[in-house]
Design a protein around this ligand. Structure first.
Ligand SMILES: CC(C)(COP(=O)(O)OP(=O)(O)OC[C@H]1O[C@@H](n2cnc3c(N)ncnc32)[C@H](O)[C@@H]1OP(=O)(O)O)[C@@H](O)C(=O)NCCC(=O)NCCS
Length: 209
């Protein structure tokens, strides 16, 4: 009858691993680091490279009505120091784009966007929110709230006392009104225009979020 080669195995294991192998500390450390990075992976990242095209596609599909300067704004975001980029910003009265960030999933799909910029007219006082939206397929999961929290924190960290934005009475933007109210962006003014009624909102930043 065939016996299991227990003794052989034991010998091989003990003799073959002499001197005993130390755990590969580098490998262990890297594995742990990778696990931590996966857990704490920040889904909101600055938009650059390939993400920019995806972000623009999302913004264009969500905001179907855009003014000419809004339409061209992505060129200025991409090329802020080019002559055309500067010219576009001058035409729009924009001093600079402070941030343009995206919410990405684990496959780097852009699920949401948010931006922060300054107008020349109130640059010392307020930052303005831009291109805030979430992919229709990903709504209702807290992404919009995460993007708003992120944008407000960014404005606060940059030293602004107020965050302003304009939105509209377009039914496509009605969910945003509730989100803005909930987050302290109070309506300050309405203005009728060529592209419908614009609602201006403002949040005064206290010491805490
Ligand atoms: C507004 C928008 C960004 C919300 O994104 P979202 O990821 O679905 O938002 P969240 O899941 O984080 O929900 C946050 C809050 O938004 C509000 N909200 C979200 N979906 C809503 C809906 N269908 N109806 C009413 N309120 C809604 C709620 O107040 C919700 O909080 P609650 O769940 O505690 O009630 C998204 O609907 C959107 O992209 N809309 C079109 C673009 C737009 O209007 N942008 C702003 C224009 S300036």
């Amino acid at each position: 009858m065939l016996q299991p080669p227990r003794v052989e195995c034991y010998k091989e294991a003990s003799v073959g691993t002499w001197p005993p192998r130390l755990p590969n500390l580098y490998e262990t450390f890297t594995q742990r680091l990778r696990a931590v990075a996966t857990i704490v992976r920040m889904p909101i990242v600055p938009c650059s490279g390939a993400l920019m095209g995806r972000a623009e596609t999302l913004v264009r599909s969500v905001f179907r009505t855009m003014s000419p300067t809004e339409r061209l704004s992505f060129y200025a975001i991409r090329n802020p120091s080019s002559i055309i980029g500067r010219l576009l910003m001058i035409l729009a009265g924009v001093r600079d784009v402070i941030a343009f960030d995206v919410y990405v999933d684990e496959s780097d799909r852009v699920l949401g966007t948010t931006g922060l910029y300054r107008y020349k007219r109130d640059a010392e006082e307020a930052a303005w929110v831009a291109w805030f939206c979430v992919d229709p397929q990903a709504r209702g999961r807290g992404i919009g709230q995460a993007l708003i929290d992120h944008t407000v924190s960014r404005a606060r960290a940059a030293g602004f006392k107020r965050v302003r934005l304009y939105t509209s009475t377009d039914p496509n933007e009605s969910a945003a009104q509730r989100l803005y109210e909930k987050n302290g962006f109070m309506e300050v003014r309405r203005q009728g225009g060529l592209f419908g009624t614009t609602i201006f909102r403002e949040k005064v930043l206290g010491d805490r979020a």
